[in-house]
Design a protein around this ligand. Sequence first.
Ligand code: NAD
Length: 333
Amino acid sequence: MTTLLQVTVYSTQPYDADFLRQAAVTGIQWHFVGEALNLQTASLAAGSQAVCVFVNDDLSASVLAALRQQGVGAVALRCAGFNNVDLKAASQLGIRVARVPAYSPEAVAEHCVAMILCLNRKLHKAYNRVRDDNFSLQGLIGFNLAGKTVGLIGTGRIGAATARILHGFGMQILCYDPKPQPELLPPSARYVELTQLYHDSDIISLHCPLTPDSHHLINAVSLAQMKNGVMLINTSRGGLIDTKAVIAALKNHKIGLLGLDVYEQEADLFFKDLSDQMISDEVFQRLLTFPNVLITGHQAFLTQEALTQISQTTVQNLQLLCTGAACSNELTS
Ligand code: NAD
């Protein structure tokens, strides 16, 4: 009889369970829990050889140590970003960690472009107006994307996919990345220094990882270098933006339009139905008061194709990590 690999899946949403079950019908015994992973919930992994986690699960040194005590030897991230994992502590504890580096970058790129179009053409307002029998166009004026300049910070898989879509709109594309990959980019894209990107872009979109270097990349100093009325889009990680500086820039009209799929303190809010509760995060509440701000709850990845790829790669990662085999998606400190 084959022994099933026991895996505790944290922060499980119904669609996670569906797609993971489809990806591994045999070989893995899934233990789905809705709770996020933290020091209090680490004990739920007792009896599992591995845990499967998402963007807002806490994989700090103390939580990893608690997992190790339960017998957990592997962590499978069902996402690309790994800013929430203390890789050094994992290595010291002998816990192997793997991520899903590439899963349909188009899913995130298309959501980014959806935010640009929605904010520009004010579709969120138009939707409500028409449902209210209000057919006035007052206040709904947008601008043509053709001929405008977009600045992309980070041109890895998602940034490059975004560039390819925006090339189709006839935009000029300025890129900044410490590791340029011009071969991934369309003809209308070129690399420039960050200061020029800030200075010349009508729209700025973030596609770099959150690291100690990129934390609060968008702050009062960088905002001051941008065009008045700039559109800022963040589908990457909330910590790239100093939210209080952004609120000040909305108030003085430096930022004309803001689209966020991620938020610095999202772990307390996103992926839950809080509609019958009071939200105590006053910074988030302030953001919601602006008519020129569009927020989605970290859903840029949420397509059929991406969820299928995430689940399939996660299952492969788990099988490799737990059998001691080499895994090309393994993260090292
Ligand atoms: P990637 O690794 O393919 O590309 C990231 C790029 O950013 C690389 O080219 C890297 O050189 C560059 N970079 C690193 N530091 C930088 C800096 N300080 N300034 C500018 N560029 C920098 O990653 P990807 O697959 O394109 O994903 C990008 C980010 O998108 C991830 O780190 C993750 O945080 C985020 N993401 C969000 C969602 C979502 O649902 N909202 C889904 C997937 C990924």
